[in-house]
Write a protein that binds this ligand. Structure first.
Ligand SMILES: Nc1ncnc2c1ncn2[C@@H]1O[C@H](COP(=O)(O)OP(=O)(O)OP(=O)(O)O)[C@@H](O)[C@H]1O
Ligand SMILES: [Mg+2]
Length: 235
């Protein structure tokens, strides 16, 4: 017995898990909070995100992925284990689900290996890696199997994948290691330089989502944010 098969989108910002017959059962931020005093995992996903930027010294919140690839192997393994348990209610130690995992189209063999090993440690019996652009194209209902070129652009947290797909294969692709995270960092830097204000990742993302625009807007938009003043050191 291997249990139910799982499809996993292991993202820099968010991880989704699809379980056979049940649909998307996990959609959580890719964040793990470690308790360094007790050397154990304190929280994963939404719960860990709440801790970001406001953790006591003995809690370390980490993002296991950077730029679309695994940056912290132990954290990634802990996160995957947690999400697999969430995805399979009544998880038993003998369960060995097969896993399909999406990876950016341009990653190295070593990076692919890391994803595979991480899944095996999270109790996968068999791991199949798919190009993320193909998975995304199928997800939005593009006719991927036809002999016509379809372009897909997937802007994630850490990577932007652009691919032309035809006959169920990637004809051409580029994966840029920039995405939403880089925009958040730019907002943090802007607040630091222009307003001498230190804001956290979550605030920066809220600004991006709230008033950000891909097109130039006629009138400037404003938003009030809270942070710490760099010179005076007070909120
Ligand atoms: N409405 C929105 N406007 C602007 N940015 C958004 C919006 N919604 C989500 N984002 C940004 O999209 C990014 C997350 O996208 P997604 O979940 O696809 O990334 P990911 O798959 O985890 O990352 P990657 O594919 O790079 O590994 C975050 O940077 C988030 O701030
Ligand atoms: Mg993604």
């Amino acid at each position: 017995m291997r249990g139910i098969d799982l499809a996993i989108d292991l993202g820099t910002a968010n991880t989704c898990v699809f379980a056979e017959g049940a649909g998307i059962v996990v959609n959580e931020p890719s964040i793990v909070a470690f308790n360094t005093q007790k050397s154990r995992v304190e929280a994963v996903g939404h719960a860990a995100r709440e801790m970001l930027g406001r953790t006591p010294p003995h809690i370390r919140a980490v993002r296991p992925l950077r730029d679309g690839v695994i940056a912290d192997f132990d954290a990634c393994e802990a996160m995957l284990k947690h999400f697999v348990r969430m995805a399979l209610p009544g998880f038993k130690a003998w369960m060995r689900p097969r896993m399909v995992i999406g990876v950016p189209s341009e990653i190295t063999q070593v990076e692919r290996r890391a994803v595979r090993d991480s899944a095996i440690r999270a109790r996968a019996s068999d791991v199949h890696l798919v190009d993320e652009p193909i998975a995304a194209a199928i997800g939005v209902g593009m006719p991927v199997g036809e002999p016509v070129g379809n372009m897909i652009v997937d802007i994630g947290g850490g990577t932007t994948d652009i691919a032309v797909i035809s006959l169920s294969g990637v004809v051409y692709s580029r994966s840029l290691r920039v995405g939403g995270d880089a925009m958040d960092e730019a907002i943090i830097l802007h607040c630091k330089r222009r307003h001498k204000l230190l804001i956290g990742e979550r605030t920066a993302e809220a600004v991006k989502r709230g008033i950000g625009s891909a097109m130039p807007l006629g009138t400037p938009t404003r938003m009030e944010v809270k942070g710490r003043h760099l010179v005076e050191g007070v909120p």
